[in-house]
Each structure stands twice: as C-alpha cells, then as structure tokens.
Design a protein. Sequence first.
Length: 260
Amino acid sequence: MKIGLIGGGNIGKFLLQSINTHKLLEDSKIIGIYTRNPKSAQQLAAEYDTAVFENIESLLQSDVDLVVEAATVEVVKQNASSILSSGKDLVLSSVGALSDLNFIQSLEKICKVNGKKIHLPSGAIGGLDVLKAAKSNGELESVSIITRKPPQALPGAPLDKEQVLFEGSAREAIELFPKNINVSIILSLAGLGPEKTRVKIISDPSIKKNSHCIEAKGSFGDLSIKVENDPMPNNPKTSYLAALSVLSSLKNKDAVIQVG
C-alpha cells in the first residue's frame, strides 16, 4: 500500500518511524509527505526515506492508494472532499472536523459516488464498539465523557486550582477546544451524535496524565470506562494511544477478519 501523509507533527513522525523505519505495516510505505513547513518536510523526507509533495494537489495526482491526515481540523475541512473525489481513501486524525453534520453528509455522498472510505481511529479512548452495538437497535439512551487534563494542556486554565472549564455538548466542546477534545467527536459519532453527547472538561493541576471517563446507558445496560493516557515518549503534548490508534486503523483497513 502506497501512503501519502499530510502533517509532520508528533503523529506524523510516529507513523513515518513505525511504517518506513520499523516496517510495522506489511507491504506498505509512506511514499510522500506534505506539510506547511517546507524545511521540516525536507528534513523528514531525508530521515525517513520518502518524497516531498509541494502541495496537496500534487499528492492527489500521485499514485498513493490512501491519504493519512495528521494535521489540523482546518486541513480536513479544506481538503477532505477533494481527497475522496480524487479516488483516495482517507484516514482522519483530526476528527473534530466532523462535528458538522452537513459536512459529514457531504463526505458520505462523495464516498458513495467514488467507492471510497473514511477511516476514523478511536483516538485516546475506548468503548466505541460497545456504543456502536448499543445504538444498533436505536435504544442507546445517553452518552457522556468527563475529560480531565493538566492545566498546561488547556488554554486559559488556572495553574493553581482545579476548575471545570466547560460543560455542554460535544459540538460546543470542539468549537471551544479544537485541539483538546477530539475524543468527544469520535465518541459522538459512535453513539448519539455531537448534540446529544455530553462533555465536561476539567483542568486539574494535581495530575500529569490526561484521563477520560465515559458513561453510557441503554437497553444493553450500563457502560463505565476510564482511560488514563500516557504521553508519547518524545512529546508530552500528544497521547501515545492516539498515535497508536492511527497505526491500528492502517493495519486493520483491509483485514480479512474484522473485530467489533
């Protein structure tokens, strides 16, 4: 599989190292990368034996089979449609772009017309398989998530005391915290949608790890799950599980046996 990568940050570097250096994805390679920083792109290309795309248009004109977005919500909103229309499957890291139902529906139409797929990694949380199963008969009643982070990870948070920074819907959460609460959107897509998924964000100076407490109720019973995320070994701002989930999505894209 020939992969094109958009983004050269923490997750992008992790994928380059995992796929091109450590060969963790059989018969696959990231053959080219695009970032908004040409100097960074050249450095990454030299280090990980890949090419540089000068822009996203040149990426789409190449022979990549699939595009991995590891950049920003804005990049997804601006380019997802053209990526799918060009005949490439798409793996999204910045799932916060999908808080807009109209945007999701427009991408679904493009996928159907072109026979392409969007793959959404589970990110830094778990329990998505339970939510998908629970809503299959329309009897999933409620879904909520409480995210607790160190204040350094949340813009404007006080450094000396615990404080609830937000409480409301997943759609509102991603608008106010676009770089911090992607987990609420992937949770809402698996469950009740961004309007009905309840989110609470807490700044807590007593902790060093991000934690996510997910609760759901329905005809299946009750779900309660807590995930505490270690940061990536080389960068404390990114959850290691979030990076691993992108690699897992790539590994399982064409698996003969699908779990969940």
